[in-house]
Structures are given as C-alpha cells and as structure tokens.
Design a protein around this ligand. Structure first.
Ligand code: G6P
Ligand code: ZN
Length: 543
C-alpha cells in the first residue's frame, strides 16, 4: 500500500504540557495541525519500527477523526501492531493498563480530561510511554522542537478502519486490532479487589449511583458494576459517552456533579455515590449526606487497602501532592510507612511508584491511584471503596466518621479565583514570596504563623530539584493555608487557596466546614492581600 509523504508547515505552538497538547477543537481543526503533531511524536519515539502502539481516547468531539488519522500515520511510520479501542474509546487508566499488559512501546491518548467537549470545547493529544505513564518533559520538549521544524508527515492511503467491529485488519504493513476497551482493564481490577465480595454486597441490597457524566467511564462502569458485579440496571447514570458530554462539565466535584450531590444529600440517597471525569482518571466519592474530600478518601483508602486482595501484603508507602491535606500522613505514621509530599502533578508519583517506594498516591484535585498502572484511576478508587465497604459492612458515612474519630479530622476546602489578570496573579505570588521571612510569629485573628516557605521538592529517586511549587503557611493552631497558581487553566490565571485545619476532638467533627475554616480563610486573605490585589471580594468557586 502506498505511503504518502505529505508536505506540511511547522507549527510553533505545539508545546505539550504535563498532560499533553491541549487546545480548543478549532485549533486542532487547522489543516495539517494534528498530522504535524502526531508525526513529531512518532519521530521522537525510539524504536517504532516493528513495535506495538496503543491508540484510544475519551470519545469527545473530533476523537474518531483523529483516531483514523493516527492509525494511518502509525501504519506509515513502521509500527507493526496497533491496538485501538472499539469506537476509538479507551479511558486514560485503561490506556495505561493496555500499554503495560501488551508491552506496547507507548500509546496515543486523545483527551482533554475534565475540560468541556464539543465543537467549541477542548481537545487534547498525549503520549504515554512503555511504563504506561505520561511522557517526561525531555520527550515532550523533543516533540515540541520537532513539531516546530516539520517538513512532511507520512500516512498510508487507505479507507477508514471499521472501529465498530472487534478483530484484526491490515493497514499498510501493520496489523490493526480493534479491542474491547474494557476487557483488559476489568481483568486487572479483578486481580486487585474481591469481585465475589462486592457481588455479595450488591446481592444483599446495597445500592449505589455512579454518574459517568456522559463521558468515557460509562461503558467501564456498566460492564464492571452492573454486568460483572450485579449492581441493578440503572446504577450507572449518564453512561453513554457523548461528543459534548451531553453539555456536562465532566469534572467530578460537588459543583459540577450537582445532580449526584442532590441525590446523596436528599431523602432517597442510596448507600454510596461516585463520579468520574471526561477520561476516567479522576474520582469523586459521596457517602449519604457526606461528601468525602479527595484528601480524606486517600487517607481512608490508605488505612484500609490491606483488606483488598491486591494490597494484602500492606503498603510500602503513600504519597500526596503538597496542597492535599495531611490526613494521609497521619495514617502512614500509624502504619509505620513513609509518606511523601510531592508537587502538584501526577508525574511526580511515577518515580516513587517505579522505585517501589509507594503503593498508593493521591491529590486534592480528585486523583487517586496505586502501583497497578501509571495514571490515576477513577473507577479503581470506586472499586477499592466498594471492596472496603463489603468487608467492613458499615455505612460509608460511618467509615468516614470512624476514621476521623481514630485520626482526627482535617477540615479542608479550596477557594479558586478564576480568570484573573495574569500579571495581577503573578504580582500577588511575588509579594507573598517577598514577605515570607517576616511572617513567622505574626498573628492574624486567632492564628499565629509558625512556619512558611515556597515549597521545593527534591525527588528521592533521582535527586532532581523542583523549586517554587506553592507557598505553605503553617499556623501554630495546626491550620494551614497554601497558595499556588493553577497550571491547567485555559484563560487568564487561576489562584488556588487551599485551607485546612486539624481537629482532634471528636465532639467537634460535625461542624460546618466553612465555619471551621473561616479564620484560616480570613488569615489567608489578609496575608496575601487577595481582595486588593485581585479586585475580587470572593472566590469564583469553593469546593
Ligand atoms: C492535572 C494533573 C493533576 C493535577 C492537576 C492540577 O489534572 O493531571 O495531577 O493535580 O492537573 O491542576 P491545577 O489546575 O491545580 O494546576
Ligand atoms: Zn482526567
């Protein structure tokens, strides 16, 4: 079959972030924009000739168009075998699983995660390496350089592959295998949690709702929860992946997953509620009448993971991103395992996982994961929760309250100031940095600053240092405020202020979060002069 070499013009804006190249669909729709970027990736992959490649995406608008291009380009670039999910679907964690299981050289994951989809929404292309995790910066920088100097791309001249039918077809000199997107992933899940025990839980009348927010986890949750584990039909809602996510903003937090929140806080709440994001790597957990913060969820999973078959030998260690609450550290201390504090961004966990220093990890931004793959994994977190619920046989909210009674409660909230003027946001951070030395000992309301710094991370595996990862202010009263600018925003700057306060007294575990954190929020506002420097008198979003 003919391989066409098509002349292209380089693009200078194809620098991938940590989660790949993410831009508006309209940007990707420019002539040769996608081909240029994919060719740059293939040129950067070492050893493509004869190797296996995985391709899949979250089903958002433009997914299938790009999948067809990527298949024909992969066939023209020497890959021998290409595994692609049926209908072009693979959740991010499933892609990681398939890459590892089939010893692929890597995979193209088409997703813009929790960003809205549709013709006016976002699209993204990311490359994951043979270990199943996102490419490191050395790779993405090389892709960027290549993309800015591209002269031609290679593509086979062939009809589209039928993505609806499982099985093998030839494409140029390559074999394309359309795979069931769920099968390998479900098999991995079955090795980690006790499917039998969870089936019994559902048989005993336990009820849950999983809201897939019309994104990629629908088919996974239906196949595993309803078909395999026997949850009643209808347990998974918004289960059909839609190109525009049915207008949902597929970010599983109390603001965007409001239908689930209303149900779980209402009179007909089932025993357990969960949601996942656009590409299936984030998770949200809600007990009846009680939203479980991602920070608490990580701590609770850390405390109980040994009950699940995949973790019965115990955990080697646990890691959390710096702004994530310190709840997991308290569990690690009790278990006698190491806890690590990393900068925001999943990539910082990869070295710790590869070196076997940690088994579980998680972030306040709703990502939780383990050493089973190299991405965070939304449905896995839900299944581990279910296995723990099935073993302990107590209501989910009781498990959370019992956890607080044993370890104390870390009240937690995040205040986001979105779409700020970039210069104003940078000024605020600079001013804050400038006054760090003067803060210790100062009082703000009832709180006294004990310690503060600009977080710098030294990777314990390779010794690399990542400075300026956010400002931490620790108060003597065991409260903390953290300030950082979002690294994922698409317009202007977003200031995130993370607030927490530890409460050991069990009689004070049922207070309103906003009331407990008001003094910390006031202190944070005063210290950083937020109102004056941003011109905003309230955050845009509180979660
Ligand atoms: C992505 C990464 C996460 C990270 C999050 C932070 O989702 O995969 O690892 O926690 O971004 O986003 P932010 O907007 O706070 O920089
Ligand atoms: Zn995601």
């Amino acid at each position: 079959m003919a391989i066409n070499r098509v002349p292209t013009t380089p693009f200078s804006d194809q620098r991938p972030g940590t989660s790949g190249l993410r831009k508006k669909v309209t940007v990707f729709q420019q002539p040769r924009y996608v081909e240029n970027f994919i060719q740059a990736i293939f040129d950067t992959v070492d050893g493509a000739e004869g190797a296996t490649l995985v391709i899949g995406g979250d089903g958002r608008y433009f997914n299938e168009t790009v999948i067809q291009m990527a298949l024909k380009m992969a066939a023209a670039n020497g890959f021998a075998r290409i595994l692609v999910g049926r209908r072009g679907l693979l959740s991010t964690p499933a892609a990681s699983c398939v890459i590892r299981k089939h010893k692929a050289i890597g995979g193209l994951v088409l997703s813009a995660s929790h960003n809205p989809g549709g013709p006016d929404g976002d699209f993204g292309i990311k490359f994951n390496m043979a270990h199943g995790g996102p490419a490191p910066e050395s790779f993405t920088e090389a892709v960027f350089k290549r993309a800015s100097a591209m002269a031609e791309y290679r593509i086979v001249d062939a009809p589209d592959v039928d993505l609806g039918r499982l099985g093998e077809t030839r494409l140029g000199d390559a074999t394309v295998q359309v795979i069931d997107p769920v099968a390998d992933y479900a098999e991995l899940m079955e090795s980690l949690v006790d499917f039998q025990r969870i089936s019994e839980l559902f048989r005993s009348g336990f009820r849950m709702r999983f809201d897939a927010l019309s994104a990629v986890t629908g088919p996974y949750a239906k196949a595993i929860l309803e078909d395999r584990l026997g949850a009643p039909a209808g347990t998974v809602v918004n289960a059909e992946p839609k190109p525009d996510f049915g207008g949902h903003h597929p970010d599983p937090n109390p603001v965007h997953a409001h239908d689930l929140m209303d149900l779980m806080y209402g009179p007909d709440a089932p025993d357990f509620g969960a949601a996942s994001d656009g590409d299936g790597d984030r998770n949200m957990i809600v007990a009846p009448g009680l939203f479980v913060t991602p920070s608490d969820s990580l701590a609770i999973l850390t405390a109980h993971a040994h009950l699940a078959p995949g973790y019965q030998g115990g955990l080697t260690g646990v890691a959390r991103s710096m702004p994530t609450s310190r709840a997991a550290d308290r569990v690690a201390a009790k278990l006698g395992i190491r806890s690590y504090e990393t900068p925001t961004g999943w990539k910082f966990f990869a070295n710790l996982l590869d070196a076997g220093l940690i088994t579980l990890c998680g972030e306040e931004s709703a990502g939780t994961g383990s050493n089973h793959i190299r991405e965070k994994d939304g449905l896995w977190a839900v299944l581990l929760w279910l296995d723990i619920l099935a073993e302990i046989k107590k209501p989910a909210d009781q498990i959370v309250r019992d956890h607080w009674a044993s370890y104390g409660r870390d009240y937690y909230s995040r205040h986001d100031y979105e779409d700020l003027d970039t210069k104003a946001a940078n000024d605020l951070m600079d001013k804050l940095r400038g006054k760090l030395a003067t803060l210790p000992g100062q009082r703000f309301g009832d709180l006294t600053v004990e310690h503060c710094d600009d977080f710098s991370y030294t990777d314990p595996v390779d010794g690399s240092v990542t400075p300026r990862q956010g400002i931490r202010i620790l108060f003597k009263e065991d409260a903390r405020a953290v300030f950082r600018l979002s690294g994922t925003g698409t317009s202007g700057a977003t200031l995130r202020v993370y607030l927490e306060r530890f409460e050991p007294d069990v009689s004070r575990h049922d207070l309103a979060v906003a009331d407990v954190l008001a003094p910390v929020a006031n202190a944070a506002n005063e210290i950083a002069d937020i109102v004056r420097l941003t011109g905003r008198d309230a955050p845009s979003v509180i979660t």
